[in-house]
Structures are given as structure tokens and as C-alpha cells.
Design a protein around this ligand. Structure first.
Ligand code: SF4
Length: 101
């Protein structure tokens, strides 16, 4: 199944083959002016987080399921994300789609 949220953080417990199954995610970066100042707050390291004990909802995450605090981003509309596609980075789960608006 395809989604417009492409997540390269394969070490996240919610990641399956580049798709996110957290059902919704929170991207942080209130004062961010560059990508490294953003990060996915929903990231959970798969070695430290046991998904089988997780009681929250699981489901494919699309960009409309993003809550984002990076208000300086061009795509941020009232805390939602208006980008056509979003890519989350592999190493530190930053938002590669962030653009200073
Ligand atoms: S593209 Fe912008 S608004 Fe969308 S998640 Fe990334 S930082 Fe937030």
C-alpha cells in the first residue's frame, strides 16, 4: 500500500518498508528554520519499544495525519501539513520536506 508519507527511519517500531503505521505522527520544530531542527516526535526505536504491548491505534499514516509544530515551514497550515509528499529522514527522523516559508 502506498502513502504520501515516505519514512526512511527504518529503525522506528512503526516503520514497515518505508511506510509509517503509527496512524498519526507529531513533527516538532517550533523555532525550526532548517531541516535538522525538526524531528518526528512519534519515532520509537524498535530495539527499545515493544509494539506488541502498544495499545494505541495502528494504521497507515498519510501527510494529512501529521500534526506539525514547525510553524516556519511553508507547508504548515494551522498545525497541519499541506505538502503533497513528505519524507522523514533515516538517521534522526527529521523532516526532509521542511522549507522555510
Ligand atoms: S513539510 Fe513542513 S509542515 Fe509538513 S511535516 Fe515537514 S516541517 Fe511539518
Amino acid at each position: 500500500m502506498r502513502t504520501n508519507l515516505n519514512c526512511m527511519a527504518h529503525n522506528c517500531a512503526f516503520n514497515k518498508l518505508g511506510s509509517c503505521y503509527a496512524s498519526h505522527i507529531k513533527v516538532e520544530g517550533f523555532d525550526a528554520t532548517v531541516t535538522p531542527e525538526t524531528y518526528c516526535d512519534s519515532f520509537r526505536n524498535r530495539h527499545a519499544f515493544n509494539l506488541s504491548n502498544y495499545s494505541g491505534e495502528l494504521g497507515l499514516t498519510n501527510t494529512q495525519n501529521i500534526s506539525c509544530s514547525a510553524t516556519n515551514c511553508l507547508y504548515n497550515i494551522n498545525g497541519g501539513c499541506n505538502a503533497t509528499n513528505v519524507e522523514i529522514n533515516s538517521e534522526n527522523a527529521t523532516c526532509e520536506t521542511f522549507r522555510l516559508g
